[in-house]
Design a protein around this ligand. Structure first.
Ligand code: OGA
Ligand code: MN
Length: 273
């Protein structure tokens, strides 16, 4: 196991995800809970193996919006066509925080990569919380926030307005969830900053306008500590991340080329301060 960066991410060597033992699986889970994301190179990981592996964590949460593979409803297709300008996930976010029981994590497999570019970045929200100045930590104490995806995916929403709008499902879905602003990781107990600039709208008991000054300070602080890592994908690379522990961001720097990834989203648990 080698760190990808001082405070976020590990690369794990010498395991085949399609065939790993229960002991290896436990070690992989622990590494992801702690480091936020783990990457695995050279994997022979068919869609069937992807699904079987996902089920070993517990349930699979099917994404409501992205296209699914033709043959497997459990697998979301995260793709960008050569003539498309906008990519999926091209801003800092965490998957599914708009669900009251948000997805624990995501398992992303490279299926077709552009000749260069298309990296993914992660940022560790435990490191982000630790680095907050005391007054910001105090300001978060006891606060809860409202998350939704409606402004992104609904008709006329941020994604619907772009050239990826035509491939979206679920545009009439309504989402909304309330989570503590600082949660404890359900397995490690570590304090994590749990607001994100994509889906967190306001604090409970405050309007959007009242919430914005502190929200924006937290969003900025989440990315200023030395808490990020970056993955350059290769054929056979698989990344697994913890959506409570990290934010992620898909680079959109490969215009004119095709990129296709397969994602399984792993079910999670309710979150508490
Ligand atoms: C995702 C996502 C990142 C990428 O699948 O949730 O944000 O690099 N993708 O494609
Ligand atoms: Mn994502």
């Amino acid at each position: 196991m080698t760190p990808m960066a001082p405070k976020c991410g590990v690369e794990i060597f010498g395991v085949s995800l399609a065939k790993c033992s229960d002991e290896e699986m436990d070690a992989i889970k622990q590494a992801i809970y702690e480091h936020g994301v783990a990457i695995f190179r050279g994997q022979d990981f068919s869609p069937e193996s992807h699904i079987t592996f996902g089920k070993r964590w517990g349930g699979i949460d099917v994404n409501n919006y992205f296209p699914l593979t033709e043959d497997y409803d459990e697998i979301a297709v995260v793709k960008k066509d050569p003539d498309q300008q906008t990519n999926i996930g091209g801003a800092w976010h965490t998957d599914h925080s708009y669900d009251q029981i948000p997805a624990m994590g995501s398992v992303l497999v490279a299926r077709h990569l552009p000749p260069r570019g298309g990296d993914t970045m992660w940022a560790h929200m435990g490191a982000a919380y630790d680095a907050l100045p005391d007054e910001l930590k105090q300001a978060c104490e006891g606060l809860e926030a409202f998350h939704t995806a409606d402004h992104v995916y609904k008709e006329g929403g941020l994604y619907a307005q772009t050239d990826m709008g035509k491939s979206l499902r679920g545009q009439d879905m309504k989402t909304g969830a309330v989570h503590p602003v600082v949660i404890r990781h359900p397995h490690t107990g570590r304090k994590l900053l749990y607001v994100n600039s994509a889906f967190t709208i306001h604090f409970v008991g405050q309007t959007r306008e009242e919430s914005l000054p502190l929200l924006q300070k937290l969003f900025a602080a989440a990315l200023t500590s030395d808490n990020q890592c970056r993955l350059q994908w290769k054929p056979g690379t698989v990344a697994i991340w913890d959506n409570r522990t990290t934010w992620h961001n898909a680079m959109n720097d490969y215009q004119g080329h095709y990129r296709e990834m397969h994602r399984i989203t792993l079910s999670g648990e309710a979150l508490a301060a």
